[in-house]
Design a binder for this molecule. Structure first.
Ligand code: SAH
Ligand code: SF4
Length: 462
């Protein structure tokens, strides 16, 4: 079934909740409550999905453990963006042979983007007999039903997708942090960057309704959350599919208007859709964090075209010039892919030049990874692995030098930090701060910066 958008009927969600209660009742009969171990790979959307899966598990009566040997159920939420991640995940799943031997009856669940790829369920079926249940993101909302089928049926369960355009509301969540929260505003991606598997495993763009998003934001703030990250593969196209003139900048303004002392962040923004309206909405909102993650991917126009990105290097640089004009203290981060098929030395040097000019506060750099079924997988790729690695190392050295300089510039300043662990927190711009002195977790603290590294700041509370 291929549908652009299928809103799951509330009665179907209620049925999942009923199944949770049924499993809960069974678990309540046991002498001790069963334990689940949830392993999450990949992006923030997966983190958010895992919070839903944990919510379901909690409602089914499971406690949580990080020890795979004592878990009654192990859930591996996978990522398919790069082959390296896939290999690591499959290696780790293979190793669960030992835990399952040590704990007979242990249920092993594999879900997430890897599981959604057409070839994967067959491979798991054949090569990983220890895996009990496999489902992708489109079936996440009916995890209870699938688990019950496995618990009762005895047979291994390989879910057939419930339709690629699913949109499910009112799923339970078990948040990992008391003060930070993910808030999904849309699912899927329509951009089809030529290297990327995401549109193939997460389907077409579908936006959640604004009233539901605002209700979630209010509930989070009421619950003491101080840092909300809005999630979407490309948040800038929020609302386009709703056909009611909804836009992301307008949504941002409305969430900013929710009363309370909290910060709003969002990921990810696609540069082709990020413009003046968004930049102004950010600049004019006191709650909007002074942080933008704006993945550029490459600094050469031919490569950007081959990636199907829809902007030039000059257009990108102009956007960040404008951003910094409006918000001089903006922290700007990016993603870059090194070794896209056919990228030459000269083209790579354009990326170095763009990075030197843009001076990102932090960068996430990736070696290109060939993804089956994507257009880039068919392009000639003459550069050797060693050549690509050497370019990667040069880029990383440049990026790290800039990050270290940018971090050093904070020394002597006093920053407002959201404390999210013992002696650790994040600035408004998302910089990690390690500090000494008293501060309560989940609250803001004023920290005087006394030192810095490439990755973080050091300081003391004032
Ligand atoms: N929707 C987000 C996240 C995409 S995946 C976005 O558009 O930014 C996160 C990052 O992984 C991408 O920005 C890209 O830099 C990287 N990536 C995606 N596919 C890749 C591939 N095949 N090889 C290497 N890196 C990849
Ligand atoms: Fe992938 Fe491009 Fe969509 Fe991001 S915008 S998820 S990189 S296709």
């Amino acid at each position: 079934m291929s549908e652009k958008r299928r809103e799951i009927n509330p009665a179907e969600i209620e049925n999942q909740r009923r199944i949770c209660r049924e499993i809960f009742a069974r678990n309540a009969q046991k002498s001790t409550s069963p334990l689940a171990c949830v392993d999450t790979y990949g992006c923030q959307q997966n983190e958010a999905d895992s919070e839903i899966l944990r919510g379901f598990l909690r409602d089914m009566g499971y406690g949580f453990t990080e020890n795979e040997y004592e878990a009654d159920l192990i859930l591996v939420n996978t990522c398919a963006v790069r082959e390296h991640a896939e290999m690591r995940i499959l290696g780790n799943v293979g190793a669960l042979n030992h835990t399952k031997k040590a704990k007979p009856g242990q249920i092993i669940v594999l879900c997430g983007c890897m599981a959604q790829q057409a070839h994967m369920p067959g491979r798991i079926k054949k090569s990983f007999p220890i895996v009990d249940l496999v489902f992708g993101p489109f079936d996440l909302w009916r995890f209870p039903e699938l688990l019950l089928e496995r618990l009762d049926g005895g047979k291994r369960v390989f879910a057939k997708s419930g339709g690629e355009g699913v949109l499910a509301e009112d799923l339970p969540t078990a948040r990992q942090s008391p003060c930070k929260a993910w808030l999904s505003i849309m699912y899927g991606c329509d951009n089809f960057c030529s290297y990327c598997v995401v549109p193939h495993v997460r389907g077409r763009e579908r936006s959640r309704g604004k009233p539901q998003i605002l209700a979630d934001a209010r509930a989070l703030v009421a619950d003491g959350v101080k840092d909300i990250t809005l999630l979407g593969q490309n948040v800038n196209s929020y609302g386009k599919d709703l056909g009611a003139g909804e836009t992301f900048p307008a949504l941002l303004r409305e969430i900013s208007a929710v009363p309370g002392d909290f910060l709003i962040r969002f990921i990810t923004s696609h540069p082709k859709d990020a413009g003046e309206e968004l930049f102004r909405a950010m600049a004019e909102s006191e709650k909007c964090a002074r942080h933008l993650h704006l993945p550029v991917q490459a600094g050469n126009d031919r490569v950007l075209r081959a990636m199907n990105r829809g902007y030039t290097a000059a257009e990108y640089l102009e956007k960040i010039r404008r951003l910094r004009e409006l918000m001089p203290d903006l922290v700007l981060t990016t993603d870059i892919i090194v070794g896209f098929p056919g990228e030459t030395e000269a083209e790579f040097e354009d990326t170095l030049r763009l990075v030197a000019e843009a001076r990102f506060d932090a960068m996430f750099t990736f070696l290109y990874s060939k993804r089956p079924g994507t257009p880039a997988a068919n392009l000639p790729d003459p550069a050797s692995r060693a050549e690509k690695q050497q370019r990667f190392d040069r880029l990383l050295a440049l990026a790290n030098g800039i990050s270290a300089e940018k971090h050093a510039a904070y020394i002597g300043k006093t920053l407002r930090v959201l404390v999210d662990g013992d002696g650790a927190g994040r600035t408004n711009g998302g910089r990690l701060v390690r500090f000494t002195g008293d501060a309560a977790v989940g609250e803001f603290a004023e920290v005087k910066i006394t030192g810095s590294t490439t990755w973080s700041l050091e300081g003391e509370t004032v």
